[in-house]
Design a protein around this ligand. Structure first.
Ligand code: TXA
Ligand code: MG
Length: 316
C-alpha cells in the first residue's frame, strides 16, 4: 500500500477489525489503541511495511521497535524466555511491560524491527481492541507510538490523526488510553536491567523479582528511547514551577493548581493517564508551558522522565 490518502477512521466493531486486518495483510499501516498509547502497527515480518513505519513517523534512525503479540505463547515464537522473563510475563502480562529477550533462531522478524540486534522487545498489551486486532490480523505487530518522530505520544485517535493524517492507512478508534505512558522496558537478565521507565513502576518490578535493578549507566545508551530529546511539544517547557510567569500556561499537579491539573487529588496513576493529553491541549495555546513539581516516586519516575525529555528537546 503506497497511496495513504486519506487515512481511514475505523470503528471498534467487526467491520473495523476486518478492514484493519486486511490492511495489515497488504503491508499497510494501522494505528491502534493500547492501554499505554496508540501504536503505529505493521506486520513485523514484512520489511517494507516496517520501513513504512519509519517513513510515516519521519524517524531519523532505525531504532529497534517493540513487537506486540496477543499472548505469551505467541511471544515465545519470537523470543527466548528464561526463568526471569517467564516470571515477569506471568506477573505483568497483559500489561504495560516490554521484555527484551534473545531472538529465537527461526523468529522470521524483519531485521528492521530488531535493528540487527540479537534481542527483541516483546509486549502483550492489556487492551481488548489491541488484543482483537492482534488476533484478527494473526501477525506480530511492530508498533512505535503513533506520532511524528520527536513529538508527543498520542492517547486518542484524534491525536493520531492530528499528527499523521494522510501518512498512514487507518486508525482503529478505541477511545482514550487508560495508562497514558509508554510501557516500561526491562531486560530480565540476570542481571535485571531497566531500559526505560514507563507504565509499570520500577519498584513494583523489583519487588516481584526480589532483586533490585542493576543501575543503568547513562553514558551507555542501550535503548534508543533513552536519548534525551524526545516527546517534544512545540512550546518551550519549564519544570518544577510552582508560580508560573505571566506569559506561561501552567500544568498543575495536586495542590499546585494550574490552567490544567494532571491530578488534583495528587494521584500519580491519574496524572500519567492525563500527561500527554494535557500537554497536547496546552501546546495548542502556543504559549510557554510551566509544569508543577511531580514527586519522584512510583509512576512519578516515568512522568518526570517524559517531562525532562520534553524540556531537553526544546533546550536544543
Ligand atoms: O507502550 C509502548 O511501549 C508503546 C505502545 C505502542 O506499545 N510503544 C512504544 O514503542 O513506545 P517505541 O518504538 O516508541 O519504543 C521502543 C523502545 C525504544 O526505546 C527502543 O530502543 C526499545 O524499545 N527497544 C526495542 N527493541 C529493543 C532491544 N532489542 N533492546 C533494547 N531496547 C529495545
Ligand atoms: Mg514514541
Amino acid at each position: 500500500m503506497t497511496k495513504r490518502n486519506p487515512t481511514e477512521h475505523l470503528a471498534e466493531d467487526d467491520a473495523g477489525l476486518r478492514r484493519a486486518a486486511e490492511i495489515v495483510a497488504a503491508g499497510g499501516l494501522v494505528a491502534f489503541p493500547t492501554e499505554t498509547v496508540y501504536g503505529l502497527g505493521a506486520d513485523a515480518r514484512n520489511g517494507e511495511a516496517v520501513a513504512a513505519i519509519y517513513a510515516a513517523k519521519g524517524r531519523p534512525r532505525f531504532n529497534p521497535l517493540i513487537v506486540h503479540v496477543p499472548d505469551l505463547a505467541t511471544a515465545r515464537r519470537y523470543g527466548q524466555f528464561g526463568p526471569a522473563a517467564l516470571q515477569l510475563a506471568a506477573a505483568f502480562w497483559p500489561g504495560p511491560l516490554s521484555l527484551v529477550v534473545p531472538l529465537t533462531p527461526d523468529h522470521g522478524l524483519s531485521e528492521l524491527v530488531t535493528a540487527g540486534l540479537a534481542t527483541v522487545a516483546l509486549r502483550v498489551p492489556a487492551h481488548p481492541l489491541a488484543e482483537a486486532h492482534l488476533r484478527q490480523s494473526a501477525a506480530p505487530l511492530a508498533a512505535p507510538s503513533a506520532n511524528p518522530s520527536g513529538r508527543l505520544s498520542p492517547t486518542t485517535a484524534q491525536h493520531v490523526l492530528h499528527g499523521l493524517d494522510g501518512q498512514i492507512d487507518a486508525v482503529l478508534d478505541g477511545g482514550p488510553c487508560a495508562v497514558g505512558l509508554e510501557s516500561t522496558i526491562v531486560a530480565p537478565g540476570p542481571p535485571l536491567q531497566l531500559l526505560r521507565a514507563g507504565g509499570v513502576a520500577a519498584d513494583q518490578i523489583a519487588a516481584e523479582m526480589g532483586a533490585p535493578f542493576v543501575p543503568h549507566d547513562p553514558g551507555k545508551i542501550t535503548s534508543p528511547g533513552q536519548l534525551a530529546a524526545h516527546y517534544a511539544p512545540d512550546s518551550p517547557i519549564r519544570l518544577e514551577v510552582v508560580r508560573p510567569a505571566a506569559n506561561e500556561v501552567h500544568l498543575g499537579f495536586g495542590p499546585v493548581g494550574g490552567d490544567l491539573n494532571l491530578s488534583e487529588a495528587g494521584d500519580l496513576t491519574e496524572a500519567a493517564a492525563n500527561l500527554f493529553g494535557h500537554l497536547h491541549k496546552l501546546d495548542r495555546l502556543a504559549r510557554p508551558i510551566a509544569v508543577a513539581p511531580v514527586p519522584l516516586v512510583g509512576l512519578g519516575v516515568a512522568i518526570n522522565d517524559r517531562l525532562a525529555r520534553a524540556a531537553a528537546a526544546k533546550a536544543g
